[in-house]
Design a protein around this ligand. Structure first.
Ligand code: GLU
Length: 290
């Protein structure tokens, strides 16, 4: 049996906080306990928000915590061609369509639907895609594309679910509601998710499944805020014939008011805590890993 492979996959769009420290330390500890490998992946596909100084700070903060990871680090912005080829596979299966509405047009469509009754939201609370770009005739699509109207590529969720029904995953942690063991995937709850945008030719969901498979990740340890996204990840893995890792979703570290931590809140930032004199052992203690 090859050793298990773990990964910590932060986005360099801010400084790490106690929640990231918890996730990174859990991955590091699991890798050590199991004789496994720990990879670090920089999820920097959003060029408007990611910055090299945040990436440098991630390396510094993780090293200060005593975490060791394998080199070279995979940086998603250097692998856009791989995501493009995964997208092409889904296109060839007839599961991808261009949607031309702007964000404002989508908001207006949602408002119109909501004024006629309720409109469903995804597990993150975002309204499902309300447009009908899926049924645009090919000639109209090409006319819009040729005239340079920006578009996003969306997954035809109903067709995708019909192709690979009945997906599950092995949950070694638990959902916020205590679901564990063999969990039934419910990707349809997300509607026609975006797979790529004009300015970012991929998406979080697509890049994460391509990378986890390419890097041979066997156990994904991450926060419960991503529990429901796993349904979309399982769907994409099945459609793209990618390997299926096990998942261990962990509870989130919260602030004194019970809110999820934010990268912009200085009181829980690792840099600020460190400047205030806390030691790496103190960080471990404060996230319950002492
Ligand atoms: N890059 C994501 C984040 O910083 C984590 C992705 C994952 O663990 O799947 O929230």
């Amino acid at each position: 049996m090859p050793p298990p492979v773990f990964r910590f996959a932060p986005s360099p769009n801010g400084h790490l906080h106690l929640g990231h420290a918890y996730s990174a330390l859990l991955n590091f500890d699991r890798a050590r306990e199991t004789g496994g490998r720990l990879l670090l992946r920089i999820e920097d596909i959003d060029a408007t928000r990611c910055r090299p100084d945040y990436e440098a700070a991630i390396y510094e903060d993780l090293a200060w915590l005593g975490i060791a990871w394998e080199r070279p680090v995979r940086r998603q912005s250097e692998h856009l061609a791989e995501y493009r080829s995964a997208l092409e596979k889904l296109s060839v299966l007839g599961l991808v369509y261009p949607a031309f509405e702007s964000r404002a047009e989508i908001a207006n469509l949602v408002a119109a639907r909501e004024s006629n009754g309720s409109w469903p939201r995804d597990p993150d609370g975002v309204p499902l895609y309300p447009g009908d770009a899926k049924s645009l005739p090919a000639s109209a699509r090409w006319r819009l594309i040729d005239s340079g109207v920006p578009y996003a590529l969306r997954l035809d969720m109903a067709a995708a679910c019909r192709r690979v029904p009945g997906l599950t995953w092995n949950e070694l942690g638990e959902s916020p509601d205590g679901e564990r063991g063999t969990v039934a995937a419910r990707p349809e709850a997300w509607g026609d998710v975006i797979l790529a945008r004009k300015e970012t030719p991929t998406s979080y969901h697509l890049s994460v499944v391509v990378d986890d498979a390419f890097q041979g990740v066997s156990e994904i340890v991450r926060g419960q805020d991503l529990f429901h996204a796993t349904s979309v990840h399982r769907l994409l893995q099945a459609l793209l014939d990618l390997s299926e890792p096990a998942y261990r979703h962990h509870a989130l570290i919260r602030d004194a008011d019970g809110r999820k931590l934010s990268k912009s809140d200085c009181s829980t930032g690792l840099r600020e805590l460190r400047a205030g004199g806390i030691s790496p052992a103190g960080i471990r203690m404060s996230v319950g890993l002492g």
